[in-house]
Design a protein. Sequence first.
Length: 186
Amino acid sequence: MTNKDNLENAYLSIRKGLMRAVSRLVPPKEIEDIVQETYVRICAVKNTEQIRNPHSFLYRTARNLALDHLKRAETRVGVSMEDEGVNPDWATEDQDQVYEQASAEREFEHFCEAVRHLPLQCRRAFVLKKVYGYSQREIALDLGISENTVEKHIARGMNRCRQYMKQAPTGVSRNPGSSESQGIKQ
């Protein structure tokens, strides 16, 4: 049996594990494509003799492809912001805007931490709805739960994140210009 065959057999034996690993990084719609791309990549490897641990190689390849997908998604968001006239080059603006940007980044990091503290199923539903814009029906199908349960997870996620955000860490100020003081719900 050749090293190429060993690599393909390793792929087949850990395919579900690859899907689980990738599911932690990308939306459900992208998992299958990334795992398939992993297989395409191993088929394209010319010098398989250098691969000492096929399982690690496959997991690393799948993870890198998932991270590349996320980077492309972030780039698309950045480009769409530029198309709408948002100026991402805040460094050239005056001091107040620099402070606001830094404060907003700290607040966003705090929000991400709040999301990380949600229970797993609740976090998945919340992120799919609020970050990726999935409908409740799509989330229910992807997670294998009822739409009613999805709705409860999203509401629970909103409440828990709101409570977590009220406990501002050091360095996140709630100044008069912040969205919270203006009565804007997040």
